[in-house]
Structures are given as C-alpha cells and as structure tokens.
Design a protein around this ligand. Structure first.
Ligand code: FAD
Ligand code: NAP
Ligand code: NAG
Ligand code: NAG
Ligand code: NAG
Ligand code: NAG
Ligand code: NAG
Ligand code: NAG
Length: 557
C-alpha cells in the first residue's frame, strides 16, 4: 500500500469513527461504562458526551490539565484549597497546623453541613480554634523552607510555554520554581486574580476552595463535588465559610503526591509530641521547618535519611551545636537515597534507629533531660529538638471510594481510572510527561483518542503490563514517553488533532550530565546514553537508566 493510500485509509477510518460516535451518542440509554465495536475496533465510550470537567489541585500537574482542557473548549473549573496557584511550590512563611500524632487515618471525613449551600461565619477562638489555625488547616501551608533548592535539575523541572532563561543555575531555589509555576498559571489565565475574559463560561478558577467530597450521582452519571471556600474578613475579624456543590461530567485529581505529613510510629512519640519549651514544641515534622537561625547552639536530632533529612541537616549545621541523624539501615539504596546519605554535612553524628522515647519528667520544660533509646541499646540525652523528616502519606479524604488504602489504584497508563474513566489522576512527573498526559485527558474526553475497552484495560492492569505504583509510574520509563507520543500522534492521525513532539533530545543530554555527577558515578554512561533499550539493569528497584529517573516518580520527586 502506498503512503497516500494509507493516509486515505486513515482519513476514511476517521470519518467512519466519527460517524459511529455520533450514532452511538444517540443510542440511549447507555450503561455507565459500556463499550461498542465498529469494524473490528473497540473502545470505551462514555455514558454521555463530556463537556464539563473539574480539576482538583493547581500545582504543576493540575494547571497543565486545566490549561489543556480549556484550550479544548471544555467548561473547566479548577479548585485549589490554597489561595494561589503553585501547588507544592507556593512557599509562604506561614507554617502548617501541627501534624496529628499519631497519623490520622486517611479517610477521616471532614465536617459538611446537612443542607447545602450553606454559609457560616467563624469567630476568633470558636471551638477553641484560632482563626489563624482554621485558615491554615483549610489550605495547608506548604512543606518548604526558605533555602530549599530543587534536587532535580532545571531541565527536568520546567513547565511548557514559560521557559527559564537558558543561562540559569543547574538547580533552582523554591522561590524561582514558585515564580515559574505562577507564570505558567498567568500565561494560561489561571492565576488567582486573573480576569477570565470568556463570558460564555463561569470563571475557571476557584482558590481557597477545598474539595471535601467526591461522589458519582447514579441518575445523571455526573460527578458531584462538595466544596468549601474560606474567606478571611479582616475588617470584622471573622472567617466566612461557604459550602456548595457543583456537578461535572469528568474529574481530574491533581492533588499531588505529598498530601499529609507522616510521623513515625515510634513508642513514646505521642507523649513527646505534647512537650513544649516555652512556646515551641520540642518535636515536630519537617513540614514546619523554615529557617536555620533559631538553631544557634542547639543540639538537633533529625529522624530520617532521605531528602528532607539531609537538606535540613545541611541548612542548620552552620548554626547548630550538634546535628545528629537517626538513620535505619537500607538493604538497597537507589540513587536518590544514596545521594541524600552523601549530602549530610560532614559533622553529622549518625545514630541507629530509635527504639522508643523515654519517660518525661514534665511537658513544659523541653526534652533536654529526657532519654531517647536506640535499637542498639544506647541512650541519647541532651537533645534540644527532634525534627521528624519521615516523609508524607496520601490522605485525600474526599477519595476513599476511588482508591485502595488511600492510593490511587486501577489506573490505565494514561491516568484514567479503569472502573470509570471519567475520573483521571495525574500520575506522571508533571514537569516532563505532564503535558502529554494533559493532552491525553482532553483527547479521550473529546473523543479524538480512544481508550481500549475497560475489560482490556483491566486485564492489562491485572497482568501488570502497565505497572503503576502509588501515584507515580516507576517501571515504564522511556517507554512511557514513547508510548504517549506514539499513541497521541496515532490517535490524532486517525481521529483528528495536532502533532506532539517527543521530549527534546538536548534536554535528555543535559539531564544525563547532571545525573552522572549527582547520583552514582557511572550510573549512566555518557558514551552510549542514547541506547535506551540495551542499558544494563541496575540492582535497585526497576529504575534502570537516567530515563527511569525522569519518570521514576515513586515517592521520590
Ligand atoms: C519538600 C519537598 C521538596 C520537593 N522538591 C522537589 C524537587 O526538587 N524537584 C521536583 O521535581 N519535585 C520536588 N517535590 C515534589 C513536588 O511534589 C512536585 O515537584 C510537584 O509539585 C508535584 O506537582 P503536582 O501538581 O502533582 O502536585 P502539588 O504541587 O503537590 O499540587 C497539588 C495541589 O492540590 C491541592 N489540593 C490537595 N488536596 C486538595 C483538595 N482536597 N481540594 C483542593 N485542592 C487540593 C493542593 O493545595 C496543591 O496545591 C518536592 C516535594 C516536597 C514535599
Ligand atoms: N528539593 C529538595 O531539596 C527536597 C527537600 C525535601 C524533600 N524533597 C522531596 O520531597 C519528597 C519527600 O521527601 P522526604 O525526605 O520528606 O520523605 P521520604 O523521602 O519519604 O523519606 C522519609 C524518610 O524517613 C525515614 N523514616 C521513616 N520512619 C522512620 C523511623 N521510624 N526511623 C528512622 N527513619 C524513618 C525513611 O526511612 P526508610 O527509607 O528506611 O523508610 C526515609 O528515610 C521527595 O520526593 C523528595 O525528593 C526535596
Ligand atoms: C475551540 O473552539 C474554538 C472556537 O469555536 C475553535 O476555533 C477551536 O478550534 C476549538 N479548539 C479545539 C481544540 O477544538
Ligand atoms: C552561641 O554560642 C556562642 C559561643 O559560646 C555565643 O557567643 C553566642 O552568643 C551563642 N548564641 C546564642 C544564641 O546563644
Ligand atoms: C549504638 O550506636 C551509637 C551510634 O552509632 C554508638 O555510639 C554506640 O556505641 C552504639 N552502642 C552499642 C551498645 O553498640
Ligand atoms: C463512599 O461510599 C459509601 C457507600 O456508597 C458512601 O456511604 C460514602 O459516603 C462514600 N464516601 C465518600 C467520601 O464519598
Ligand atoms: C494506531 O491505532 C490503530 C487503531 O487503534 C491501531 O490499530 C494501530 O495499531 C495503531 N498504531 C500504532 C503505531 O500505535
Ligand atoms: C556503554 O559503554 C561502555 C564503555 O564505554 C561499555 O562498557 C558498556 O558495556 C556500554 N553499554 C552498553 C549497554 O552497550
């Protein structure tokens, strides 16, 4: 067959496909997730055409999804609990409300008034909660510190449309990333005060708006979001809370990988968490760390051995009297973990894992005279403060019905939730694969890209053909990029749509320089780095080459 014939065939297939979709759309009623076949092709079709989409979260992932869906003429609403876009990168000096000890179960339901919509005005100190804490509980200030720099090079930490200067540092400060993400939001008219010019539509963004419940309405087959917006009324010193619902044909969950802090389950910790020295708690999670100056002459124990632990230790070491780190042995360190261990300051005193925190003489005199018992039998004394750099958990309390143990599960490689593909998760590294994933959401829901029938998606998933762990893909690596690009372009040729470019090869090259120096030497060989398929497997996990690192978005990035 000549290429012209092939093209004509494709065009013909396209015409046929759109005819079939049109015909199918008129065959009511559909069961929720039915599929149909036409001329040997079979794919998932939706109960009704997708017109309205909610995006939950305005970080690097959600902003891209919202921008792409707006471009494709969906009626979009973008919700974020924070007062501005930026997601994790919306740094402020405010610190989050104190983390619960022990961890709170992820499915604890928030308070929602019985009848909606509803409005309430909170006074200072009501229910024993300050307005400041009520506000911070609502939007959750981010777990960043002033001097935090990325542990990923700029070349793989960049959104489309608003490029960094070409002459830039290798790694950027969190403030630069914040400006970058907010520039992307502004470019796409999604920033907090942007005037939305399209009078046909409701405003796209709603900030300070938290999604408290997500449910599927049987009768209409729409998603209902229960929303809560807080507004600080400075002049009357109150907080206004509004609850209401909005219904959508489809939903993108872009709430990020680090929803809530995790405190280790160590005996005695709950008691120790109550201790204060003056106004300051003696034990706290790394999410509240901001600046090093007040650590002058103090002895600090950091718990954990990952990025927060090593980077906070580096930040405070020049001020502190002593920095200790409680690190537990790890059989198989991957490059990120190894890098963190190497980045602890030279003066760090490493101690083993904590067995338990000893008994306390008082709750108001700090912990300096109390004892910390290590698993090797030794006892620590004279610690001023303990920083728990023990990571994060997923705790989307609006999502328990569509997750397993709080983790999104049953996701097709595109991010669509297989039992109901009108729900999708952003589950790839947003900086790199995010733009492909966003385009895939738009194409699937407008009908210019087809998902396989649900039965096949589920089979692929069960057979671990597309192996997703947690929020992020670990195994697919280079193949996932290629799969997205090839699939999107193929679907566009058949069903309509534009051409997408693969990730630029020069960015790949720059990234390889960085990983060569920052991670294990020889981890990627510069001489044959383009030979993706044949690079040898490494021992750690499934990440094999620099490419895996880009998409190795387990809990690492
Ligand atoms: C301390 C720290 C340092 C990091 N450093 C790096 C780094 O150097 N390089 C790197 O690439 N990555 C880093 N990351 C990872 C970071 O998560 C990603 O860079 C990126 O921000 C993920 O984008 P996202 O849009 O998926 O999620 P996020 O940026 O986390 O955005 C999620 C958004 O969802 C909103 N949200 C959550 N729940 C709700 C709800 N119920 N209702 C409404 N809105 C909600 C949140 O308010 C938030 O704005 C770091 C993470 C942490 C915690
Ligand atoms: N750009 C930056 O500089 C920067 C800074 C901070 C964070 N980050 C990013 O933010 C994300 C989260 O990083 P994170 O370091 O906060 O969390 P993390 O990577 O999940 O690490 C948690 C650490 O806590 C340890 N831990 C848990 N319970 C423990 C216990 N009982 N005793 C001793 N150690 C215990 C874990 O050890 P085990 O491994 O043994 O479980 C692990 O080392 C990562 O993606 C990271 O890249 C980036
Ligand atoms: C969106 O609508 C505009 C105006 O009708 C149209 O020009 C444009 O092609 C549409 N975009 C897409 C991606 O369908
Ligand atoms: C820290 O110790 C040094 C040296 O003893 C002293 O000069 C300095 O004042 C101390 N700083 C604080 C904040 O205690
Ligand atoms: C326990 O570990 C600490 C820190 O490495 C060390 O100083 C101490 O000697 C060890 N104690 C025992 C009993 O091995
Ligand atoms: C989860 O589903 C159950 C049963 O359908 C329902 O009672 C519950 O309210 C749902 N939870 C959320 C948070 O939607
Ligand atoms: C393109 O899509 C068609 C129809 O789904 C499929 O048969 C074909 O294998 C695809 N080609 C590629 C290269 O993915
Ligand atoms: C890459 O090159 C190095 C030497 O330059 C060689 O030892 C290694 O086997 C090569 N790897 C592959 C997969 O060809």
């Amino acid at each position: 067959m000549s290429s012209l014939d092939r093209m004509l065939n494709l065009l013909f297939a396209s015409a046929l496909a759109s005819l079939s979709v049109a015909a199918a759309a008129q065959q009511a009623p559909f069961s929720a997730h039915s599929t149909f076949s036409e001329a040997g092709s079979e794919w998932t079709v939706f109960h009704h055409p997708i017109k309205t989409v909610a995006v939950i979260g305005a970080g690097p992932a959600g902003l891209q999804a919202a921008a792409k869906l707006v471009e494709h003429n969906f009626t979009v609403r973008l919700f974020d609990r924070a007062p501005s876009p930026g997601g994790n990168w919306f740094y402020t000096d405010e610190t989050p409300v104190r983390e619960p000890y022990p961890d709170r179960p992820f499915d604890e339901a928030p308070h929602i008034p019985e009848s909606l919509p509803s409005t309430y005005y909170y006074e200072e100190g009501e229910e024993g909660i300050t307005l400041e804490d009520r506000w911070k509980e609502h939007w959750q200030p981010r777990p960043l510190w002033d001097n935090l720099h990325t542990n990923s090079p700029a070349v793989i930490t960049e959104l489309p449309d608003v490029p960094y200067s070409t002459d830039r540092p290798w790694v950027l400060s969190n403030h630069d990333i914040q400006r970058h993400v907010r520039a992307y939001a502004s470019f796409h008219n999604l920033n907090a005060n942007d005037y939305q010019t399209d009078s046909r539509r409701a405003p796209v963004t709603s900030y300070s708006t938290r999604v408290d419940r997500l449910e599927k309405i049987e009768s209409t087959q729409k998603w209902r979001l229960t929303l809560r917006k807080l507004e600080r009324l400075q002049e009357t010193n109150r907080i206004k809370a509004d609850w209401w619902t909005e219904d959508f044909d489809a939903v993108v969950v872009a709430t990020g990988p680090y929803v809530s802090p995790h405190v280790a389950n160590i005996k005695g910790l709950v008691e120790w968490s109550k201790v204060k020295d003056g106004e300051q708690y003696s034990v706290y999670h790394s999410q509240s760390y901001r600046r090093p100056q007040r650590y002058e002459n103090k002895t600090i124990l950091v718990v954990g051995a990952s990025v927060s632990a090593s980077e906070i230790a580096r930040d405070i070491a020049p001020y502190a009297q002593d920095v200790l780190a409680s690190v537990r042995p790890h059989p198989n360190l991957h490059p990120f973990q190894l890098r963190s261990r190497l980045r602890f300051p030279d003066t760090t005193k490493f101690v083993p894992e904590i067995d338990h925190f000893g008994s306390l003489p008082a709750y108001n005199k700090g912990i300096k005279d109390a004892t910390i018992h290590l698993v090797n039998g030794s006892v620590l004394r004279g610690i001023d403060e303990v920083i728990l750099a023990t990571g994060y958990i997923h705790s989307n309390n609006f999502l328990p019905n569509f997750t397993s143990d709080g983790q999104p599960a049953n996701l097709h490689w595109t991010g669509h939730y297989i039992p109901d593909p009108t729900l999708a998760y952003t589950n790839v590294r947003p900086w790199t694969i995010g733009k492909y994933q966003s385009y895939a959401f738009a194409k699937v829901w407008e009908g210019t890209a087809h998902l396989p029938p649900q039965k096949q998606m589920q089979e692929d998933y069960d057979n671990a053909k597309y192996h997703f762990r947690g929020l992020f893909a670990s195994a697919a690596s280079e193949a996932l990029f290629r799969q997205y690009v090839a699939w999107l372009n193929n679907e566009s040729l058949i069903n309509g749509g534009r051409f997408v470019e693969p990730w630029p090869v020069e960015k790949r090259e720059v990234f390889v320089y960085y990983s060569e120096v920052e991670w294990i030497k020889g981890y990627v060989n510069l001489g044959n780095f383009t030979d993706f398929e044949t690079l040898p497997a490494r021992e750690w996990d499934s990440a094999r080459v620099a490419w895996d690192a880009i998409v190795y978005e387990d809990t690492e990035w």
